[in-house]
Design a protein around this ligand. Structure first.
Ligand SMILES: [Zn+2]
Length: 339
């Protein structure tokens, strides 16, 4: 699934000591880019250990929690990963493109031997580093998708025949070696115990992909939302695309919004971090409005798909947030639920 080519960097490049160097980048986003630039260039939270991994920066956001940055390697948005240091075990949520020794960095930061890994969803910028682990957790509906990336050629699209990065300069030899790993499915609202009853709960936020989920740390109230809350919905290769709908996302959001008092901060997979939990209500409102009348969009976009065909997409603005993207044929889970 090749990414769209972005645009050459022309506006306010972010100074970086990373080994990777961006060639193409998404167009500057009014809210996202200044946040990233300010944080990465001026924050004293930044920890960078090039001897362990020259491809990652870590930022401590709670006493036992880091967000970890890596460049995007395919021209799309730069992803965040999250690391929770529990009493007995650490949990890494998402793992980027799988370039550099992320696991080594997690061990160094947490001083733990056992690093567990959970995926929000299967996309390249979130789960290509799975192959550093013996097993990964994901929502049970996402197992099909995670299996689809258990392939040693998933990185081939990132560089040309001379081993030169197409979207971002990097050394292909720094890709973690491929190996098979087990997939441990989690049911909706099932918890992972990091020792001494330290629980992290799998929160279904399905729609961006069929089994996309967030993870709620019961102790800190941090909710890590993956590409829901930071990015819009897409339909992926699930055998039943009706499982990837705004309606499904709305139903899952109704549940987490009913528990909003348990959330202290929302951490999406891209863009500004530690957003106020009210963004969950605003996201739900966007889903509700789309389901009420999908033809009342805020923006219409024509995209050319990998097959060369034009596809019309719509976007509904999320108040004080980004947009919820959708196509008219995948708003509802089935014809009967149209209203
Ligand atoms: Zn995604």
């Amino acid at each position: 699934m090749p990414a769209k080519l972005g645009v050459p960097i022309k506006n306010r490049p972010i100074h970086s000591d990373l080994k990777s160097k961006k060639i193409y980048y998404e167009p500057e986003r009014p809210a996202r880019w200044p946040f990233m630039k300010f944080l990465r260039e001026h924050s004293n939270l930044k920890e960078f250990y090039p001897d362990i991994t020259p491809y990652h920066e870590a930022y401590k956001v709670r006493d036992n929690t880091w967000v970890i940055y890596t460049d995007s390697f395919d021209g799309a948005g730069d992803p965040w990963m999250y690391l929770i240091n529990g009493p007995k075990k650490a949990l890494l949520i998402d793992n980027g493109f799988g370039v550099g020794d992320l696991k080594g960095l997690c061990k160094y930061l947490t001083k733990k031997e056992e690093i567990l890994c959970a995926n929000t969803h299967f996309h390249y910028d979130h789960a290509y580093g799975n192959t550093q682990f013996d097993f990964v957790y994901c929502h049970e509906d996402e197992v099909y998708n995670i299996k689809s990336i258990q392939n040693p050629h998933i990185w081939d699209y990132l560089y040309d025949e001379n081993g030169k990065g197409i979207y971002t300069e990097f050394d292909p030899q720094d890709i973690v070696p491929f190996k098979m790993y087990d997939i441990v499915p989690l049911k909706s609202y099932e918890t992972i115990d990091l020792g001494d009853g330290y629980l992290v709960e799998c929160i279904p936020l399905r729609g961006h992909s069929v089994g996309q989920s967030g993870y709620l740390d019961h102790q800190t109230g941090c909710l890590f939302t993956g590409d829901t809350g930071g990015a819009g919905r897409v339909v992926n290769g699930d055998p039943n695309p009706r499982n990837c709908t705004i309606e499904r996302l709305r139903d899952d959001f109704r549940v987490i919004v009913s528990r909003i008092d348990e959330v202290s901060g929302v951490f999406p997979g891209h863009g500004p971090l530690d957003q106020t939990p009210i963004i969950l209500e605003y996201t739900l409102e966007a889903c509700e409005r789309i389901c009420e009348d999908p033809s009342r969009y805020d923006k219409k976009m024509v995209r050319v798909g990998p097959d060369g065909k034009e596809k019309i997409m719509f976007a509904k603005y999320i108040h004080q947030g980004t947009t919820m993207k959708y196509t008219l044929d995948t708003v509802y889970m089935n014809e009967d639920t149209k209203r």
